[in-house]
Ligand binder design. Sequence first.
Ligand code: NAI
Ligand code: MG
Length: 361
Amino acid sequence: MTKKIAVLPGDGIGPEIVAEALKVLDCLKQDFGLEIETEQALIGGAAYDVKGTPLPEETLALAKAADSVLLGAVGGPKWEPLDYSVRPERGLLGIRAELELFANLRPAILYPQLVAASTLKPEVVSGLDIMIIRELTGGIYFGRPRGRRINENGEREGFNTLIYNESEIRRIAHVAFQIAQKRNRKLCSVDKANVLECTELWREIVVEVGCEYPDVELSHMYVDNASMQLVRAPKQFDVMLTDNMFGDILSDCAAMLTGSIGMLPSASLDKNGKGMYEPIHGSAPDIAGRSIANPIATVLSLAMLLRYSFGDAGSADRIEKAVITALDAGYRTADIYSEGMTKVGTAEMGDAIVSALRSSN
Ligand code: NAI
Ligand code: MG
C-alpha cells in the first residue's frame, strides 16, 4: 500500500531544507522502489500570508489523513508584530496539539567527522550519542491562563502557566523508560523540583513509573545543573527525559555539542506511533534565501520518519549511511565547516547525499 507523507515546508529556510529531503525521498522511490506519495500544504507565516491563519483547516486535515508529516520550520521577523494567536509558531503548537504528538525524541549524535566542528574539546564530545525526550503538548507552552494584563499598580504584567497532570507525565515517562530499555538502560529525568511544585509532581510520577522498569537506572537532575553538565561532561547522559520548555532549551544546548543545530533531527509521536518529523532548529531568518542552510537535520528527520512511522529501518539506515558518506567525502555546509573541507551550499549537500545513496544500491 502506498503511504502518504504530508509535507509542510513552512518559512525561512524551511522550503530550502525540505527540498533536499524530498530529493532523498525521490531517490529512494526511484532507485529502491519505495511506494510513498507526498502532498504539500501551507503552515506558519506562509499560511498566514495566504489564508490569514498559521494552521489552515486543510493543512490540519491533510496532516491527520496522511500516514506521517515532514515539516521544515516556521516563523520569522516578518510575522513578529502579529498577535500571538496568529503567529507562525502558534501553527506549530497547534498541529502538535491537534495530532497529540506528546513524545518528542531528539537524538544528539556527534559524527566522528565533525569533531572539529564542535566548539567543545574532542575528548569531551567525541563518541557522544544521547537521546533527549521532551514532553511536547503540555507544560508552560500550553498552560492557561496566559496573556498580558495591567496589574493593580497599573503596571503591564505578562503571565504563563506551568501545568502538567498525572497522565501527561505518566505517558511521556513510559516512552522514556521504554527507549532507555532499548539503549543503555540509563535515564536521567530533568526538572526543577526544588522550586516548582509542578515539576515536583513530575519527579514523583517519574519515580512511580520507574517501579515498572526496574532494569533501568533512574536519576534526577535539576535543569540548571543539567545544562551545565551537558557542556561539562555530556557523555554521562544516555537518555534524558524532560518537560516541554526545559527540553526545548536543553536540546539546543545539546545541538552545539554535535557541531551545529543543523545536524539534529526530531520525531514527535502520538500514542500510536504516528508522527511528525522536523529538524530541531527554526526558520533561521538570518540565512534564509541564501542557499547555505544545512539540510542534514531535515534529511535525518526523513530517516526517523521511515524508521518510526513506516517501520522501514532499512531505508532509514541507508539515508544515515549516505549522510556519513557525504561527510566522509569532506562536504560541509558553512555551519559545520572546518579547515581543509569542501564548503558547499544547501543543494550541493543534498546532491552529495543523494549520490551516496544512489551508489549504495
Ligand atoms: P533558529 O534555530 O532558526 O536559528 C538559530 C541559529 O542557528 C541561527 O544563527 C541560524 O542561522 C542557525 N541555524 C539554524 N538552522 C540552521 C541550519 N539548518 N543550517 C545552518 N544554520 C542554522 O532559531 P532562532 O533564530 O531563535 O529563531 C528563528 C525563527 O524560527 C523564530 O521565528 C522562531 O520562533 C522560529 N523557530 C521555529 C522553530 C520550528 O519551526 N520548529 C523552532 C525554533 C525557532
Ligand atoms: Mg527550540
